[in-house]
Design a protein around this ligand. Structure first.
Ligand SMILES: O=C(CO)[C@H](O)[C@H](O)COP(=O)(O)O
Ligand SMILES: [Fe+2]
Length: 222
């Protein structure tokens, strides 16, 4: 199993919160594949964003694309079924935010969602040895979580290469996602390091022309 077809997932953290439905729909109409939905709890990370009600509102508005929920909340288990009911497609969490990583993965799957595990820049990949075959996605953070608009941390590239090797050696259909500071300028190097799923917030939503920005990203991925 090698790299899967590229997915571009705009982080709506950088969208206009006063017109979230329209802005999300505009990014999808401009060629994005997924919606990346950042959930911050002012506890696991020092910021506060959106919950299941906002996700449900996007579904009601008519957003039908896969919604990739990035949970930066601790503890994580209690809120997982709420996001599943609200219409999440994939739910990712940080191992530090769960007392029992394997149990949380099971909970996400039993709720009817795909499961992802997220690694901060300084978090070890050790637990992946034990759970990689149960995951649908591994997310490598290329910034410290909590805020959009930060600069890409280059050491994420080596981590991506390591996870790409693990996925390929085991022949697993696991997506490898990157999140934080992704731009049309650095996305080529990120793809070459093994990522196939790209979150980009500021680069897309702060661009004048979403379509041109997404097209430039796709061209650079190759
Ligand atoms: O999880 C996140 C931050 O914790 C965001 O998804 C990430 O920062 C994307 O925003 P940008 O592309 O602006 O860096
Ligand atoms: Fe994120």
């Amino acid at each position: 199993m090698s790299k899967q077809s590229p997915i571009i997932a705009p982080s709506i953290l950088a969208a206009d919160f006063a017109r979230l439905g329209e802005d999300t729909a505009a990014a999808l109409a401009a060629g994005a594949d997924w919606v990346h939905f950042d959930v911050m709890d002012n506890h696991y990370v020092p910021n506060l964003t959106m919950g299941p009600m906002a996700l449900s509102a996007l579904r009601k508005y008519g957003i039908a694309a896969p919604i990739d929920v990035h949970l930066m909340v601790k503890p994580v288990d209690r809120i997982v079924p709420d996001f599943a009911k609200a219409g999440a497609t994939l739910v990712s969490f940080h191992p530090e935010a769960s007392e029992h990583v394997d149990r949380t993965i099971g909970l996400i799957k039993d709720s009817g969602c795909q499961a992802g595990l997220v690694f901060n820049p300084a978090t070890s990949l050790d637990c992946l040895d034990y759970v990689l075959d149960k995951l649908d996605l591994v997310l490598i953070m290329s910034v410290n979580p909590g805020f959009g608009g930060q600069k890409f941390i280059p050491m994420a590239l080596e981590k991506l290469r390591r996870v790409r090797r693990m996925i390929d050696e085991r022949g697993l259909p696991v997506r490898l996602e990157v999140d934080g500071g992704v731009t049309a300028e650095n996305i080529g190097a990120i793809a070459a390091a093994g990522a196939d799923t790209f979150v980009a917030g500021s680069a897309i939503f702060h661009a004048k022309d979403y379509r041109a920005e997404i097209a430039a990203m796709r061209a650079a991925i190759g």
